[in-house]
Design a protein around this ligand. Sequence first.
Ligand SMILES: Cc1cc2nc3c(=O)[nH]c(=O)nc-3n(C[C@H](O)[C@H](O)[C@H](O)COP(=O)(O)OP(=O)(O)OC[C@H]3O[C@@H](n4cnc5c(N)ncnc54)[C@H](O)[C@@H]3O)c2cc1C
Length: 462
Amino acid sequence: MKPVHIIGGGLAGCEAAFAVAHAGVPVVLHEMRPTRPTAAHRTGRLAELVCSNSFRSDDAETNAVGVLHRELRRLGSLVMRAADAHQVPAGGALAVDRDGFAEAVEAAILAEPLIEIAREEVTGLPPEEWGPTIVATGPLTSEPLAQSLLQLTGETSLAFFDAIAPVVYFDSIDFHVAWRQSRYDKVGPSGDAEAYVNCPMDREQYGAFIDALLAAEKTEFKEFEGTPYFDGCLPIEVMAERGRETLRHGPMKPVGLTNAHKPDTKAYAVVQLRQDNALGTLFNMVGFQTKLKYGEQARIFRMIPGLQNAEFARLGGLHRNTYLNSPRLLDARLRLKARPQIRFAGQITGCEGYVESAAIGLIVGRLTAAETLGRPLDPPPSTTAIGALINHICGGHIEAIDAGPRSFQPMNVNFGLFPPIAPAPEQKRLRGPERGLQRKRLLSARARVDLDGWAGVDFSAS
Ligand SMILES: Cc1cc2nc3c(=O)[nH]c(=O)nc-3n(C[C@H](O)[C@H](O)[C@H](O)COP(=O)(O)OP(=O)(O)OC[C@H]3O[C@@H](n4cnc5c(N)ncnc54)[C@H](O)[C@@H]3O)c2cc1C
C-alpha cells in the first residue's frame, strides 16, 4: 500500500501519523528539525511545545477545551496520552513536563512499525506521485514551502501574521446600552440593515478609555516576529499613541449611527461589533486588533458601555503565524479544493493552540486513512468540540465583505462555536452565571453522546 506523506512532525503531524498508522496505513513523516531549525523551537524533538507547558483547562463539564481533551482521549490521542503521563501540578489545568512529553510522543512514533521518519525539509509542494499528503507545518512553516503554498493559493489566501480582534459572546452584550444598526442603515447582501452591534461613548468615557489604553501593559514582539504592521492593521493602542483623536476617526468613528436608546444624543465615539460565526453566537470588535496583555484587554474593553459584562471567546493578538484562508480553500474534509490529494492539519488550517492543533491532526489522519482504505468518513458532527472547530475552519466563520481578505482569523475552541441548545423549562428559571454554567453542561453532555456515535464507526484495515 502506498504510504501517506505527512509534512511536519509537530503536534498535528504526530497525531495524524499515529492515527493513520493505527488504521493500518503506512506513513512517511517528514520533519526538518534539527537539520533546519525554526525561530521558536529549541530542540530537534518531535512535538516540541514552543512556549507554555499548559494544555489549559481539563474541566470537561463547563470548559470547551476540557471537552476537547475528553474527545481526544476517547479517540485514543497520542498527544493526550503523553500529556497525561507527564502531568505536572497545575490546579484545574493540564500542564506537562515539556521534555518528558516530547520524548514520550517521539518514542511512540519511533516504535510504530508503519511510520518512517524522514529528517528533511520539504521545500515545495508535495509531488503528485506522493499521493495522499497531509501538510502540518504549523505557524512557522519554512519559507520555501510557504512561498510554494502562496503561489498555489494566491496572495490573499495565505497569511503570515494573524491580527486578531477580541471576540465577545453575543449573549453577554448589554442591549439596554448597545443597539443593532449598520452605518447609514446600509443594507448588506443578506438584506440586513442591522448587521452591527454599536456601543456608544460620550466625551468623558472616550477620554478615560484612551487614557487606559495608553497606560496599559503591552506584550512585546519576539525578535523573530519582525514588524508586522500591515494593511492598516495597526493595534488600537498604537493608533491611540499617534493621537488621542485617531481612534475616533478610525475604527471608533460615530458617523452614520443613531443611538436607539437616546436618538437625540450624538455619541462621541462608537465601538462596533460584527457577527463572527454563522450561528450568530460570537461577535468580533471591529478594528480592535491589539497587543495589550490579556488581563488588560478584559479590564479595558469592559469600560466600553454595553460591554461592561462582556465574556470573551477570544482576546486580541498579533503574532507571526502562517495560516490558510481555509473557508475558501478547503472542503469539509479539509482537502485542498484545488488538489484534493493534499490535506492540511494543525495551526496552519486556522485553529489556534496545542490541543486544537492535535485535534485537527487526529481527525485529518483518520479522514486520510479512511479515504485511502476506500471507506470515506465524514468528520465528527459540529455539536462535538472537534466538529465545532472543523466547522469554524471550513466555513462556520462569516467572511465579512468589508473586512478585507484577512477576515478569517485563527480561533481556540470555545462554546460559541457549538450550535446553541435550548434549555429545559426548569433550567430557564436559572439566572446569571448559573444559567451560563448550565448551558455549558448541556453542550458538553450533547457533545459526549454525539462524539461516542462518531467514534464507533470502524474504517480501519483490519
Ligand atoms: C511562538 C509561538 C508560541 C506559541 N505558544 C503557544 C502556547 O503557549 N500555547 C498554545 O496552546 N499554543 C501556542 N502556540 C500556537 C500553536 O498551538 C503551536 O504553534 C502548535 O505547536 C501548533 O501545532 P502544529 O502541529 O500545527 O505546528 P508545530 O507544532 O509547529 O509543528 C510543525 C512542524 O513542522 C515542521 N516544519 C515546518 N516547515 C517544514 C518543512 N517545510 N518541511 C518539514 N518540516 C517542516 C516544524 O519544524 C515543526 O516541527 C504558539 C505558536 C507560536 C508560533
